[in-house]
Design a protein around this ligand. Structure first.
Ligand code: PMT
Length: 402
């Protein structure tokens, strides 16, 4: 995110999920987001404005005719200069109002008067959610460009089980931050590799490494947040599936290369985050090798270099490499960037980066080294994408550069 704090208008409507909006407001403020809360009268039946006032650090507004706004134009004033409006929880009734342009209270009126993005986290009984009327309103809202976050499946306040639970506040904060990211890769196509590769020795055993896939998945997510169409070629990981990308699961380096080559046409930016095994086992056994008293010798042959292969293609996309080094990070990484003929390479220390949630990155390009301070991988991935977008734009001006 840019240095300027983001401003969010948090609208709370009437539903049991309103109590989670208090935690949502707290988390947003903790992340440095400036939160202005507006509640409907029904929301005030579920949670008191005083709670939200204390958590947001600002007066809470509930009334269209509130004379605390100098100009008396609360419905217009509130959305001037805000980066987004988030309705959480969004009741079935409020979804109807949004879908039909009803403006009969402060919150619905300011939603109609806004020009910033609108996000809504539906929360209601599962029968109300699946009702054709609600689904019609939901479809209309999607067509109107409203971002619907959730609902989730699970046990509901009424004791029933189904779709309709509001997403948890932590998940909503992530999605709100994602929506705030500048669309610096809008309409571009990005291909990312992630995770380790697995080179089979026999039917069960293989050679792999400790890459968890977290960094590659974070980069894919950040590219999607920046407006790109994303394809992710992923080696074996234990991460939850990514809904923001077309995911192509692979196992070996050769399979990764094949998947990348199949997907590479029309790709604008290729980001090679995967920790690809340098060698594969010649003649792996189809059966499980039986243990005996002898020394087992494996013959290894070098794997194809995927990023080198893509860089050397005619009309190659803008290629970004990664390097994990255990020592001499600056020297080895810059050497690797030059050897692989890459305009940009992101380097990290093995002990800091492999399998961890937080890390540090140094970006190497023709201008030199740009260290990024320790942060969660998602934050680093966003900074990397911002850097890529700048270099890519410059590269479009003079494509003869590497
Ligand atoms: O997955 P995590 O646990 O989050 O960890 C992330 C990470 C540490 C794996 C990641 O940040 C990282 O550093 N990835 C690169 C790992 C590495 O050391 O790559 P390398 O030095 O072997 O290769 C350099 C570059 O060439 C990389 O972009 C790599 O994807 C690419 N390569 C390497 C070998 C090969 N056969 N084909 C390739 O394309």
């Amino acid at each position: 995110m840019s240095d300027k704090p983001k401003r969010l208008l948090l609208g709370i409507t009437g539903g049991v999920g309103a109590y989670k909006a208090a935690e949502l407001a707290r988390l947003l403020v903790k992340r440095g987001i400036d939160v202005q809360v507006v509640m409907t009268q029904a929301a005030c039946q579920f949670i008191g404005p005083a709670t939200l006032q204390a958590l947001s650090g600002k007066p809470v507004f509930t009334d269209l005719w509130d004379n605390r706004i100098d100009t008396g134009m609360a419905h217009i004033e509130f959305t001037r200069g805000v980066d987004g409006v988030m309705i959480a929880p969004a009741s079935a009734d409020f979804l109807f109002k949004l879908a039909h342009g009803v403006a009969d209270d402060l919150l619905s009126t300011l939603c109609l008067a806004r020009s910033c993005p609108l996000l809504a986290a539906p929360a209601m009984n599962q029968q109300m959610w699946s009702n054709a009327a609600t689904q019609r309103n939901v479809a209309q809202l999607r067509r109107d460009g409203v971002t619907l976050l959730g609902p989730d499946y699970g046990v509901q306040a009424c004791g029933e089980i189904g779709m309709g639970r509001m997403l948890e506040p932590e998940a909503l904060v992530e999605r709100i931050e994602a929506a705030f990211q500048p669309k610096v890769l809008k309409d571009l196509s990005v291909l990312v590799t992630a995770g380790p590769t697995f080179e089979a020795i026999d039917a069960v055993r293989g050679i792999t490494n400790r890459s968890s896939g977290k960094m590659g998945f974070a980069v894919a997510r950040a590219a999607h947040e920046a407006g790109a169409r994303v394809t992710l070629v992923a080696g074996p990981t234990c991460l939850p599936p990514l809904s923001d990308a077309t995911v192509l699961p692979v196992e070996s380096a050769q399979q990764m290369l094949d998947a990348v080559e199949r997907a590479i046409d029309d790709v604008d930016i290729f980001i090679s985050v995967a920790a690809v095994a340098d060698y594969y086992v010649l003649n792996p056994s189809e059966q499980k090798i039986k243990k005996d008293a002898h020394i087992l010798t494996l013959e290894l042959a070098p794997n194809p270099d995927i990023v080198a292969n893509i860089v050397s293609r005619p009309n190659a996309p803008f290629c970004v490499g990664f390097a994990a080094e255990s020592e001499n990070l600056y020297e080895f990484a810059e050497l690797k960037r030059r050897r692989k003929n890459l305009p940009l390479l992101a380097a990290n220390l093995v002990q800091d980066a492999v399998g961890t949630d937080d890390s540090e990155l140094v970006l190497f390009d023709d201008e030199g080294a740009h260290p990024l301070a320790r942060a969660p991988k998602q934050v680093l991935a966003r900074q990397l994408i911002a850097h890529i977008a700048k270099l890519f734009a410059a590269h479009q001006q003079s494509p003869s550069a590497p």
